[in-house]
Design a protein around this ligand. Structure first.
Ligand code: DOR
Ligand code: ZN
Length: 448
């Protein structure tokens, strides 16, 4: 089966066609359609390598009322993603080979985007004992990235041991940087707005102190550290200095931290409650600059679906987190100055190539070259859309952008040459035939 994508903007390489057969690119340039090929008219569309998310909460197992691997990967496909890294704070926590294999199997069955589970750093995310890092790395899920996200690995000795461990097989630790002693009871960014509202503050130094410490630990051990959702000007300064010294450090920023500020808390609408919190306009400006310069390597969503009972309540009782997968590209482009000002090659780098490299997803983040897996996104730079929560593919509705008109539309997403989204709508996806009992979802029954 072959598909010819006709006349797309191939980002930095001018206009061209891409012929795909059996899931791979076979030819680019000016290509005429072979007999029987389906032709996708990409006139006026930008072809990006399929987006890769380093940070999504897919909530399965355990919180299927908020999201499942199926609904989360459908949201991912709609947002232009072909690969999603699933955070470990599920119930049970992904701290064993069994759970990460289950998440990977659910991803294969859903077949809307590749799902790469992260493993927890510590048992139960409790920050006390190392999880089965080696068993997760050796499992069928081949975990390389480990994180207690939602919690900080705050014990420096545990962090040191975790860095030493992952170094032995080329893995990395993704740190949620938050010194917990400095954020006890915190509800929002600590600053003028929190003082006015009388809400307990989450000071930026709680993030920066951990970023600085972990840069030093990673440098000492010679291991790789990645910082999740950096949110402050000083964090990116520290990361920039560390990179200049040659420390093996990478970082991600979330779209909401590139666009929104703590002024939103004045609404008392918990849809704006997130961890780390929305910061100040100076932080937003610094994050945009750091993303443009590459001090921050990647955009990651921190897609955090929550059901109404956890969000439609008073601010202090609400859970932190907001949806991200379906809006990330539009928000990133908006933050970078809109579709006319933004550099699409830089967008491809930060949303696809760099995150694929960081996560070690070799088949993703590839430009269309013969032999590469056909994982692409076709974006209409001239078409805006309006966020309607009821139309989101996610099971949850907690988007901070409801009713907003956003720039750029994902027209199509291709996973190994197969459209998961076409003409802006989810395409029917036939799941692949189960290859193993785990693929068929039989693991739980076998245990019973
Ligand atoms: O806002 C957040 N929500 N930050 C996190 O670190 C965790 C996440 C969640 O799991 O809901
Ligand atoms: Zn986090």
């Amino acid at each position: 089966m072959s598909t010819l994508i006709k006349g797309a903007d191939l980002v930095g390489r001018g206009r061209g066609d891409v012929l795909v057969r059996d899931g791979r690119v076979v030819e680019t340039g000016t290509v005429s359609a072979p007999a029987g090929a389906s032709v996708v008219d990409a006139d006026g569309l930008v072809l990006l390598p399929g987006l890769v998310d380093l940070h999504a909460h897919l909530r399965e197992p355990g919180r299927e009322d908020a999201e499942t691997v199926l609904t989360g990967t459908r949201a991912a496909a709609k947002g232009g993603y072909t690969a999603v890294c699933a955070m470990a704070n599920s119930y049970p926590v992904a701290d064993t080979a069994g759970v990460v294999e289950q998440v990977a199997a659910l991803g294969r069955a859903a077949a809307h985007a590749d799902v790469q589970p992260l493993g927890a750093v510590s048992v139960g995310l409790a920050g006390e004992r190392l999880a089965e890092i080696g068993a997760m790395a050796d499992s069928a899920a081949r975990v390389r990235m480990f994180s207690d996200d939602g919690h900080c690995v705050s014990d420096p000795r545990l962090m040191r041991r975790a860095l030493e461990y992952v170094k032995t097989f080329g893995g990395l630790i993704a740190q949620h940087a938050e010194e917990p002693r400095l954020t006890e009871g915190a509800q929002m960014n600590e600053g003028a707005v929190s003082a006015e509202l009388g809400l307990p503050g989450w000071p930026s130094v709680a993030e920066e102190a951990i970023v600085a410490r972990d840069v030093l630990l990673a440098e000492y051990v010679g291991a790789r550290i990645h910082f999740c959702h950096v949110s402050t000007a000083r964090s990116v300064e520290i990361i920039g200095e560390a990179k200049a010294r040659g420390v093996r450090v990478t970082a991600e920023v979330c779209p909401h931290h590139l666009l929104l500020t703590d002024e939103r808390a004045r609404t008392y609408d918990p849809v704006f409650k997130v961890n780390p919190p929305l910061r100040t306009a100076d932080d937003v400006a610094a994050l945009r600059g750091a993303l443009a310069e590459g001090v921050v390597d990647a955009v990651a969503t921190d897609h955090a679906p929550h059901p109404p009972q956890d969000k439609d309540c008073e601010w202090p009782a609400a859970r932190p987190g907001m949806l991200g997968l379906e809006t990330a590209l539009s928000i990133t482009v908006a933050a970078l100055g809109g579709p006319d000002a933004c550099d699409w090659d830089m967008v491809a780098e930060r949303t696809s190539r760099a995150p694929a490299r960081i996560a070690g997803l070799d088949a993703h983040g590839r430009d269309p070259e013969p032999g590469a897996e056909a994982n692409f996104t076709l974006v209409d730079p001239a078409r805006t859309w309006t966020v309607a929560p009821s139309e989101l593919a996610s099971r949850s509705r907690n988007t901070p952008y409801a009713g907003l008109e956003l720039p750029v539309t994902v027209q199509a997403t291709f996973l190994r040459g197969r459209a998961t989204v076409l003409d802006g709508e989810l395409a029917p996806v036939a799941p692949p035939a189960p290859r193993t009992r785990a693929d068929a979802g039989l693991v739980a029954e076998e245990i019973e």
